[in-house]
Design a protein around this ligand. Structure first.
Ligand code: DAU
Length: 350
């Protein structure tokens, strides 16, 4: 089949493209990406010469560009999104456009041309999860950040198009994903690259918030399976079952790098910070036979080692892309100054 992969130059999207070309020799990929700050052409370098791969630049909310691409493919997998919670608190509108209007534009084209659409969503649509509970697919969607609300909006639009117009949609709700090529704004790549430069690691609040951590290739494998075998109209949780408090993850990073815990600085918390996400993945495990190939320890080690081995990839962003520096200053400048780390706003933004 020929698959239109939107958001293909991003972190999980590019891992999915590599997987499809590697695992499915008869498949072709049309990669589509707006190349915003987090879409990185270098993420697709490995596959650029493959005759089964082609790239087009554009925005998923641009119907005129999207429509013929959808018409020419057998299925669409949508990774395109604004993904960072902290940025959604600074600029919520961009999130509504990409994560709701963009999804609707894809749905409209899928409806027009009778194609399957897989919407890549997130465990954050469930909101904060009480200790002891693991979210199941029929739990209510109770998002709490502009990012999570926009992702929930996109999902609900998928549901509406399925019910109202019989569009063939499937949804995956993934947990925190780490691995090579993740933009260094997320906890793990930010902290690994800060630590490599002996910069402070800004832990929000007490650092006892819990997340479930999955390796990017394991996440891509789950999406691939749901695309081919998932039941139309259904959502599938994709969780590793590797819940850890943030501070344990941070200690794991420092241990792997041989860096001191004195780099940790507790800074003012993210507003509305969800304390805990936890997923039951029984549905995808039992129905489709998916399970992650790696333990948490392997996932973290493989991730940390990639950033150590590939400084050119992240230095191009951290040292040569002003958009990273501007964001870092805006997000962490005052936080680090408040925490009195001594690093100061400009010192930490290098
Ligand atoms: O759960 C899936 C979601 O995981 C995805 O849908 C999102 O796109 C992705 O960004 C991620 O959301 P989180 O907010 O959980 O990820 P983040 O890496 O930003 O933060 C992970 C935890 O670490 C969270 O409790 C906030 C904390 N944190 C994060 C940063 C960036 C800090 O303490 N300090 C930081 O500087």
């Amino acid at each position: 089949m020929r698959i239109l992969v939107t958001g293909a130059a991003g972190f999980i999207g590019s891992a999915f493209v590599r997987r499809v070309l590697r695992e499915h020799p008869a498949d072709e990929v049309v990669a589509y990406d707006a190349l915003t700050y987090a879409g990185n052409p270098a993420n697709l370098d490995e596959v650029r010469g493959d005759p089964r791969f082609r790239f087009a630049q554009g925005d998923i909310a641009d119907a005129a560009t999207v429509d013929p691409l959808v018409a020419g493919c057998d299925a669409v997998v949508n990774f395109a999104a604004e993904t960072h919670v902290d940025r959604s608190l600074l600029d919520p509108e961009a999130f509504a456009r990409a994560n709701v209007v963009g999804v609707m534009t894809l749905l409209q084209a899928a409806r027009q041309h009778g194609k399957r659409l897989l919407q890549v969503s997130t465990d954050e649509v469930y909101g904060d999860v009480e200790p002891g509970h693991a979210s199941v697919e029929l739990d209510p969607l109770l998002p709490r950040s502009p990012y999570a609300a926009a992702k929930a909006g996109g999902e609900l639009m998928c549901r509406a198009y399925h019910v109202s117009y019989d569009v063939d949609v499937v949804i995956t709700r993934g947990c925190n994903t780490i691995g090579p090529r993740q933009y260094p704004e997320k906890l793990v790549p930010l902290f690994v690259t800060n630590a490599l430069q002996d910069l402070p690691l800004p832990v929000y609040g007490d650092g006892r918030q819990e997340r479930d951590w999955l390796f990017v290739d394991d996440h891509a494998a789950a999406i691939d399976l749901v695309l081919r075998e998932g039941r139309s109209g259904e959502a599938y949780n994709v969780g590793a079952g590797a819940e850890r408090p943030n501070l344990d993850v941070v200690r794991g990073i420092l241990g792997r790098l041989g860096k001191p815990e004195s780099l940790v600085v507790h800074v003012p918390d993210r507003p509305g910070h969800d304390r805990r996400y936890a997923l039951s993945s029984a549905k995808i495990r039992q129905e489709l036979g998916w399970s992650p190939a790696r333990t948490f320890e392997q996932t973290l080690a493989e991730t940390v080692d990639w950033y150590v081995a590939n400084p050119g990839w992240w230095e191009a962003i951290r040292e040569r892309d002003e958009r990273f520096r501007d964001y870092y200053e805006r997000q962490y400048g005052w936080r680090l100054a408040t925490a009195g780390s001594g690093a100061g706003a400009s010192g930490a933004a290098k």
